[in-house]
Design a protein around this ligand. Sequence first.
Ligand code: 2P0
Length: 322
Amino acid sequence: MSTYTAVAHTNIALIKYWGKKDPQLIIPYNSSLSLTLDQFYTKTTVTPATTDQFTLDAQPITGPGLTKMTAFLDILRAYAKTDQKLAVTSTNHVPTAAGLASSASGLAALTVAATAALGLNLPKQTLSRLARRGSGSACRSIYGGFVEWQKGQTDEDSYGVPLNPAETTDLDIAMIALVISDTAKTVSSRQGMANTVATSPFYPAFVQRCEADLTAIKAAIAAKDLQQVGEIAEANALKMHATMLAATPPFSYFLPETLQAIAAIQQLRTQGYLCYFTMDAGPNIKIICAASQSQRIAQALKKLLPKVAMVIAKPGPGAKLI
Ligand code: 2P0
């Protein structure tokens, strides 16, 4: 057992995961599909130690943050059949105030580094399953490019699967991350999705439509039809956010500036730019567009939203030891 360092990139879902059929094992109600991005990643070093320790962005973490980490390490230790404690040092590499810090890259990097430090050499499918136990979306960050999280039924068959690279590598796609706000969200995704599943009458309709949206977007990706990809992804994100407005108590991640950004994107579309948006459990917007047009779109958008910082991201790699 020795020290290992891993890097994992964050992913943004085009077909959303929003709800757990099995909260203990993190088995979702529907399959989802994401794009791993090159600009945002977590680097994590894991060393055998006498007690579990966690340092995040140079800050020692104690209390609930450490408890959550230890609980996840216990899952990895049980799999490795060892009691070995671990010291974890993690750094999020997110452009300043991008508001994109993600549990997906964090838990994926941790899974890869910690399983190696516990003496395991696991295939990616097993790494994806284990990462899922830490945070659902992390199972998709084990792979680069487009990744489907096949919902499965059990711990064994719920994991990420990369789309066939032959069908995706020459799709000209980028995401522009718009920094609407970097303040901490008031409703965590975990709380938000549990409340939605338990109370929103729109939730079953969302789950049902996700299956159709997933089939349609995979066909659009294979056909390299970026307009279809954007239309399906944008509509899927809005369906997810609609479930929250119908929950009890109702909640929403939209800020006034989020709506302004959406109006600006719609205006660019009327001017002939091919751009669509998606949005997760926070007020920030990610624009789906062609990589070859991303600079032009960012410049045009800058005129409409002069105060909003933007980062252009392209498809990124899967998690790996470095
Ligand atoms: C997604 N999100 O598919 C969706 C869309 C947010 C909105 O996955 O409870 O941090 O750890 O499994 O993975 C965020 O949820 O939640 C998320 P847990 P996670 O990307």
